[in-house]
Ligand binder design. Structure first.
Ligand code: ADE
Length: 227
């Protein structure tokens, strides 16, 4: 899978993509992540990329031409199945969206700054808008890093034990059950007997039950969702 990201702050994306699972996916050739500095498409000597809003109001708006030129150049090189804009005014990312996106060959992610991008970019080029939560970040880079991490770990072969991604929280709209490792006793706290029983059907039942209870207590809204 190839992921292109357009950003005005490419340095912010260096570290998240050069560690851990995303780095492993890149090293194995399962994911290619390419960051494009929007400033290179800026206008005039000052490489301008933002301007004041029509109609007045605080905050700068990212201009249409630099973004359109960057997107058009990338589109001339390959077809993108999705062009995603990271913004707080969108539907919130969930596991179902990450699953769907992990099956794509080429996606392009646009990260915003300031007051956001000129609406005409969203109208003309963007096929999907994603928020990572109901709060406002300084820019879309950290949100893009979250999205890419959630997607890349689902690509087959990225996580050694395939089961591990499939049994994550949210894969079945439930939170994960509690997990334990050695020692079986610590300062008087014991691991539940069932996990030491070797009775795997019983262990599965216990885990399902715990996942349901935890979801009911912490995120009852998930139990009402159909996807
Ligand atoms: N850019 C700024 N805040 C954001 C958020 N919550 N999600 C996605 N992109 C953003």
């Amino acid at each position: 899978m190839r992921i292109d990201i357009i950003s005005v702050a490419p340095d912010l994306l260096e570290s998240p993509f050069n560690h851990s699972i995303v780095k492993r996916a890149k090293d194995k050739g399962l994911a290619e992540i390419i960051i494009h500095d929007l400033r290179a498409y800026g206008l005039g000597n000052y490489k301008q990329i933002d301007d004041t809003q029509f109609g007045g109001g605080a905050g700068m708006v990212m201009m249409i031409e630099p973004i359109a030129n960057c997107i058009k150049k990338l589109q001339s090189e390959r077809a993108y199945e999705e062009i995603i804009y990271m913004t707080p005014d969108a539907k919130t990312l969930n596991q179902a969206t990450a699953n769907t996106l992990s099956l794509k060959e080429n996606i392009l992610i646009l990260t915003g700054h300031y007051k956001g991008v000129d609406q005409r970019i969203r109208d003309k080029y963007i096929t999907k808008e994603i928020s990572i939560g109901d709060y406002v970040l300084t820019g879309g880079e950290l949100a893009a890093a979250v999205l890419v991490d959630a997607i890349v770990r689902l690509i087959p072969g990225v996580i050694g034990d395939e089961q591990s991604a499939l049994t994550d929280s949210f894969q079945d709209n439930l939170l994960s059950p509690p997990v334990y490792t050695r020692p079986s006793q610590f300062e008087g706290m014991k691991v539940p007997d069932v996990l030491l029983s070797g009775n795997f059907p019983k262990i599965e039942d216990w885990r399902s039950d715990q996942a349901y209870k935890r979801t009911e207590e912490i995120r009852p809204d998930l139990l009402d969702e159909t996807s």
